[in-house]
Design a protein around this ligand. Structure first.
Ligand code: ATP
Ligand code: MG
Length: 455
């Protein structure tokens, strides 16, 4: 069996040679189109794709070389067939130019038919490998090169595309989205795709730093600038010079800091606390928030100028419930991730569970989904995650009562409490049955009932 059958365009003005070579190639299983002039070959090339072009150089009118030159000018390497050129003995000059134009190989006339067959086989094979490699690379890119961002929904694809586009610029980006939608991941993606990827990406969580410290955190201070400033300290902006600064939770900034930030965005300069000298920086700013900044502007809680300076390129990540297509791929992704981490043997999630997770509202978005899966992986007793280990975690089509807080710990407690409440509801208050439903012992249930003060 010949696994390397290709489509071949054969061009030679000598009919007899053309026929003989054509027949030999067909006998090998190739699909062959013959042309007696370069023009004719050119027409065929315009009409369909070939794996290989075998072309004689010396032909009346347009030569083989002319044809190749023209191909090189009008097509990109990926669009062209492989090219083998038939030449007269000793035409070194031609060979050199042809190589430059991407011709794969030469057949010096007169040659044995077997030589052509071997060349054709090799050319088609190498083309196949190349295509395969290209395909694998693009597949891998699509899956993994978004720095861990998983998503197949249209909305997420658009977020990724837009991020890739802004990555090439130095424009300020404002990422918005509910908690847990992946804002930080997108910020990382933008930095890692930018020309500044080798330079630092510095993150500042504006909400986590008390206002009194934030200014020095961002802009630095000199020794003695305030009580306790025993040493000069470089701020995050200075540290990010040449790279990216990621200002997370920008909606929590005080009005005073907002003005200082506005100045950096406008002038690309600032003064460290207590310093007399102005410092210049070259940084890209990426800001993120789960608040409605526009609303805050209208309420006078966020400076309008700053809002417009930040919102140069908006990237809005929709909540998970508005892109439910992403849920199955995310589930698979997180099962894999946590299976690896825990070393548990888990094949996947039962189909009905996937479906009910897909209907859930996910107020905590992807983070909540990840927590749910992580927990299910940890708790799973069999090779499949079934309703028993997960459906009681709150996955229903009913609107969720909402998570009480953003802390992981509190969320998990909430989930535990909800799970127990529902199990009791389903078992009509019979503890033994409820414990069984949850796959825990009665003793464990008693512990939880006491812990959460459930009657
Ligand atoms: N599309 C995604 N693919 C894979 N993991 C994701 C995706 N989106 C979010 N995650 C995961 O969810 C968690 C939350 O993501 P991230 O911290 O980027 O969200 P966020 O929008 O910054 O949340 P917050 O507003 O609470 O800070 C992370 O653990 C991240 O790995
Ligand atoms: Mg975040």
């Amino acid at each position: 069996m010949n696994a390397v059958r290709g489509s071949i365009l054969l061009a030679d003005d000598e009919e007899k040679i053309l026929k003989r070579l054509g027949r030999a190639l067909r006998d090998e299983g190739h699909d062959v189109v013959e042309a007696t002039t370069a023009r004719e070959a050119q027409r065929h090339l315009g009409e369909r794709a070939f794996d290989l072009l075998v072309v004689d150089n010396v032909m009346p009118g347009m030569t083989g070389m002319d044809l190749i030159r023209e191909l090189a000018q009008t097509t990109s390497p990926g669009e062209r067939p492989q090219i083998v050129m038939m030449t007269a003995h000793g035409s070194t000059q031609i060979v050199r130019e042809a190589f430059k134009l991407g011709v794969e190989d030469f057949l010096e006339k007169p040659f044995e038919v077997d030589e052509l067959l071997a060349l054709a086989r090799r050319a088609v094979k190498s083309l196949r490998l190349q295509t395969e490699r290209q395909y694998l690379i693009s597949e891998r890119d699509a899956e993994f090169n978004h720095y861990g961002i998983v998503g197949r929904s249209r909305a997420m694809q658009e977020v990724i595309e837009r991020s890739a586009l802004v990555a090439e610029t130095k424009s300020t980006v404002l990422i918005t989205g509910e908690t847990g939608t992946g804002k930080e991941m997108v910020a990382r993606l933008i930095h890692h795709r930018s020309a500044q990827r080798e330079m630092p990406l510095i993150k500042v969580n504006c909400a986590a730093i008390p206002d009194t410290l934030l200014e020095s955190e961002l802009f630095g201070h000199v020794r003695g600038a305030f009580t306790g400033a025993t040493m000069t300290k470089r701020g995050k902006f200075a540290l990010a010079d040449g790279g990216t600064i990621f200002l997370d939770e920008i909606g929590t900034l005080s009005v005073a800091i907002q003005s200082k930030l506005l100045r950096v965005l406008q002038e690309r300069e600032f003064e460290p606390l207590g310093a007399e000298r102005t410092q210049r920086v070259d940084v890209r700013v990426i800001a993120a928030t789960n608040r409605d900044l526009k609303q805050m502007v209208s309420e006078g809680r966020f400076q309008e100028d700053l809002y417009y300076r930040l919102n140069v390129i908006p990237v809005a990540i929709p909540p998970l419930r508005e892109r439910r297509d992403d849920i199955p791929v995310l589930i698979e992704h997180f099962v894999q991730k946590h299976r690896q981490r825990t070393g548990k043997r888990i094949d996947g999630v039962a189909e009905d569970v996937v479906q009910s997770l897909q209907r859930y509202e996910w107020p905590g978005n992807v983070r909540e989904l990840e927590n749910t899966i992580e927990r299910a992986v940890v708790l799973a007793t069999g090779p499949q995650i079934t309703a028993g280990s997960i459906s009681l975690l709150g996955a229903t089509s009913a609107p969720s009562p909402g998570l009480p807080s953003l802390g992981l710990h509190q969320n998990l407690e909430w989930v535990e409490r909800e799970t127990i409440r529902r199990a009791l509801e389903q078992s009509g208050g019979i503890k033994k049955d409820a414990a069984e439903l949850m796959g825990i012992s009665q003793r464990a249930l008693s512990y939880y009932l006491a812990k959460y003060r459930i009657d």
